[in-house]
Design a protein around this ligand. Sequence first.
Ligand code: NDP
Length: 250
Amino acid sequence: MTQNTASKTAIVTGGASGIGLAIVEKFIQQNIKTIVIGRDEQKLKDVKDKFGELCITESYDLSNLEGIPALVERLAQEHGRLDILVNNAGINQKKPFVEVTDEEFQRINTTNVTAVFALSREVVKTMLPHGDGSIVNISSMASQYGIPKVISYTASKSAIEGMTRAMATELSPMGIRINCVAPGFIRTAMSATAMKSDPERMNRALSRTPMGDFGSPADVAEAVYFFASDGARYVTGTVLPVDGGNSIGF
Ligand code: NDP
């Protein structure tokens, strides 16, 4: 049973495109009021036009860490109790290891890790008084594999999984569950860029995927919804690959 999410409120970061957009669509279908955080005004307008009243958009660059406490405080004031947080926004960079600068490493990790930490911390503060909440982080199969020339992203996604487990041990006794979905190759703008920059590696990886194909954003959204819903009430601290079997080692 994965019901009982109607009348809940969720935040989905990066929810105006790719995997995030599919998560928003799934949540709206389940009558979850969904606050979409992103930077691109046009994409936010499009998502609002598409989903209407249940969808709230918030233009915010999550690399602006200082503003996150005020952002969450305002969202909680305007929309009431925050029940679900999906940390989906992420950025990638492909560059030879020795050419990656400190600034680039930090830029990727600020969005992919520090902002996830800061946003989760502020949302958890609002969840604690209710003793209830679900946080779903989006990592990547990159956390398990060494992928050449993807150092900053790989480090960030491994950090997300460690953070998921640490938060789950501390917060689950207070009713807040934290889980993680680790997508494999999913058809989005991000994977299209990877395919363009290194088609040989991508095709090699695809040939090692038992299901023999890329996944869709909707495949990831189904897993995220499960973790967000009461159907997962006894599930916390887990990392679920949604990767067509890629992580089995084919
Ligand atoms: P997209 O590039 O399509 O979407 C990323 C989203 O993140 C965009 O909506 C973007 O919003 C948002 N975002 C990025 N930086 C910021 C920021 N500083 N502040 C606010 N929003 C931001 O990527 P995907 O949908 O492919 O990826 C979604 C997640 O899934 C990522 O965490 C990614 O690492 C992970 N993933 C994806 C895989 C794939 O094959 N596609 C595989 C494994 C993991 P805006 O455009 O408004 O800036």
